[in-house]
Design a protein around this ligand. Structure first.
Ligand SMILES: [Zn+2]
Length: 420
């Protein structure tokens, strides 16, 4: 894959033109905005907000959309996403699509006692979408259906690190089976489902042709000739409300109808067919945030006990990662996204992780591959914490909990009352 040219280098080469006449190509935008209401206004015009600072946001949008809305946002700044160079030979740890398929094949052949990879659906361009199941098959059938958890990666094409983190999680679970007591116990008593790549078509498009395109959506062909639906605005719960766009050229185009896109239908059908799933974690990049419902409304979840579970889990995982926890709508309203649907329709505790980096800097969606093990390792502990709680998420707020930071594993329950 390729590396981003540092932004400073680009800015120092003013005669170097990156505009190629393709009005669908993404541009970066910087728009003054001080609060969630102002940010929601920006999002409602179809600009994908990627980073929030105290006085403004960074986002992306195609040039023709920017031209159409720039009068609405005084002080708006925009510039093209930079061109990229190839990754150097020693720097190719990002998995392209073929390498992901090879990974599935290798892990299932080498670990048949705990790994099964199944195709759960096809993308719009007819590529397979796979789920990895990690559980102890030898014990299958000895007890009733085990509690299950689902990890999702890369709804948004350019967020390549959000595929690498669930792949890293898979590798560490395999390595830990039989060598790490805590991981062995979790695999023996849980069904761990991992779908590293929800949007194969968009991801291939983003990396095809020798340069990144900063592509976010899938590759649906829209009625106006533009391409792509935002898969994280196409889920059927509260679809079409504020926090998504009806403009097909927009980065946050919700699609012509709820569930119009085969990629999210695959996820829906998978979840409906696995009623033992109690917790879901969907990885995105970037900003280093831990988000939970609601996205579509500023209101908190009505069920106060469930709300307390969301807050407690998010706070615990924030302590493990130094990411910032909050309801998604604290950023800006989002409708038709994964976790609102998971909770609103299925009662599944859903979290969105916005991974590294915390700021755009020189990297944004395209950090070098040397960061993969660091970000993967940082995100291992929250994953194990959630896998543990999949049998009863309400255990997160019960008096007798396992201390996830103690790293002592399932075998040593920590009684909070004995501390205070
Ligand atoms: Zn995303």
């Amino acid at each position: 894959m390729k590396r981003l040219i540092p932004m400073l280098l680009i800015l120092s080469l003013p005669s170097f033109s990156f505009a190629n006449g393709n009005s669908e190509e993404s541009y970066f935008v910087k728009i003054p905005a001080k609060n969630a209401v102002e940010r929601t206004k920006i999002a409602s015009y179809g600009i994908a907000i990627e980073e929030i600072l105290s006085d403004y946001i960074f986002g992306t949008a195609p040039l023709d959309l920017i031209e159409a809305v720039k009068d609405k946002f005084p002080g708006m700044d925009f510039y093209p996403v930079s061109s990229v160079l190839d990754f150097p030979k020693e720097d190719e740890r990002y998995h392209n699509f073929e390498e992901i398929l090879q990974f599935y094949s290798t892990i299932s052949q080498n670990n048949p006692q705990i790994i099964k990879v199944v195709e759960i659906g096809r993308s719009l361009e007819d590529r397979p979408i796979h789920a990895i199941l990690i559980t102890d098959f030898a014990n299958e059938g000895e007890e009733e259906k085990e509690p299950a958890i689902l990890f999702l990666g890369t709804h948004h094409a350019r967020e390549h690190l959000s595929t690498e983190v669930p792949i890293y999680l898979t590798e560490k679970l395999i390595e830990g089976y039989g060598t790490n007591q805590r991981i062995t116990d979790l695999i023996n008593h849980r069904e761990i489902w991992i779908i590293p790549l929800v949007n194969p078509d968009g991801t291939i498009f983003d990396t095809d042709g020798g340069r990144y395109k900063s592509w976010r959506k899938n590759r649906s062909q829209n009625y106006d000739g533009s391409s792509g639906v935002d898969l994280n605005r196409n889920y059927g719960y509260m679809w079409g409300k504020e926090g998504s766009s009806g403009n097909p050229r927009s980065e946050t185009y919700r699609g012509p109808a709820a569930w119009s896109e085969p990629e999210v239908v695959s996820i829906r059908e998978f979840v409906l067919n696995h009623t033992n799933i109690s917790i879901l974690l969907t990885y995105h990049t970037y900003s280093e945030l831990i988000l939970y419902p609601w996205g579509y409304t500023y209101d908190p979840i009505a069920d106060q006990r469930a709300q307390a579970v969301f807050v407690e889990m998010a706070n615990k995982m924030a302590a493990m990662t130094n990411y910032t926890p909050m309801p998604g709508s604290d950023l800006y309203l989002v409708s038709g996204e994964t976790c609102d649907w998971a909770w609103g329709e299925r009662g599944i505790f859903g979290f969105t992780f916005e991974l590294y980096p915390i700021r755009w800097g020189r990297e944004g969606f395209y950090p070098g591959d040397e960061i993969i093990p660091t970000v993967g390792a940082l995100n291992l502990e929250p994953a194990l914490y959630l896998i543990d709680l999949a049998d009863d998420p309400y255990r997160a707020i019960s008096k007798n909990i396992f201390d996830p930071l103690a790293k002592s594993g399932l075998e040593i329950p920590l009684n909070v009352e004995s501390i205070f």
